[in-house]
Design a protein. Sequence first.
Lengths: 216, 122
Amino acid sequence: MKLKQLEGLLGDLQQFSNPKAELEQYPTGPHIASRILFTAENSFGDVSNKVVADLGCGCGTLGAAAALLGAEQVIGIDIDSQSLEIASQNAEDLELDINFIQSDIKNLGWRGQIVDTVVMNPPFGTRTKGADMDFLFVALKIASQAVYSLHKTSTRDHIKRAALRDFNASSAEVLCELRFDVPQLYKFHKKKEVDIAVDLWRFVPKDNQGKEGKDT
Amino acid sequence: MRLLTHNMLSSNIKGVANGFPLGIEVEKVIEKQVELSADFLRNLFPKIEWKALVDAARTMGYAELPEEVDSSMLDSNEFLTKFHHALLELHLEEGALVCPETGRRFPVTKGIPNMLLHEDEV
């Protein structure tokens, strides 16, 4: 599938109808989502024929993109039932078979490392301090191959240190810097649209580095 | 919810030592056909808890999986077809997942298990 085609399909997805500020529910736009998954697939082979999990999936844009690029199994996990309802409907509209789970990422009960790749746009941790790190910790625990995640550029050093030292990552690489348009969704936003500098990261979990590429 | 997802989920209630595998209460099972990928199944096989899959499939009304397996069976198309069907085509649409230690039920609605914990379970 071509990048433009992927972006076009994702552009038809329904987004949050009543975003919840405490969960930092910002939609992952089709432009960014399509580029993340396209890179994961074409530069690293981390999507097609893989098990892909989307942590804090919201309306399911990243998971849908993974499924469109040929992931064999996609799992979307979110705490919010309204988001999951929209995500489920989005998957159905695109005729994608995605499994959703309602869970707090912090308390997720999980066995083993069946998941190959995690793709996520976690909360940036501006409303609930440390929420971004909770997501990264869990992602690196359940993935066997790679974790793709967005984090604020201002936290770059902190993310790198935590991933390598505390979260069992063998590598942590910023693939590119993106501008993330956060539209005025909430009352506390004073400006009409806020443009945040965000890094797209690729992390490789430690235990499994040797396996990389072998099972493609 | 596919049984592949069931094979990963566990109960994470405070004090539970082994929350895997979750029991299954069936109200409604649906089947969705998907294309079989032998390579995908072969890669996945060593990571699957086989007994949990066999028991889950049986609870869902599919009793065709062998109890004992080894990797040589992955050469058999007949085996791959059954493995594929149990793992990826059976969906728990309505029912519940049950913590093996405490019996706490996690309801499954429209295929989505609700694994949210109460405050005193965290």
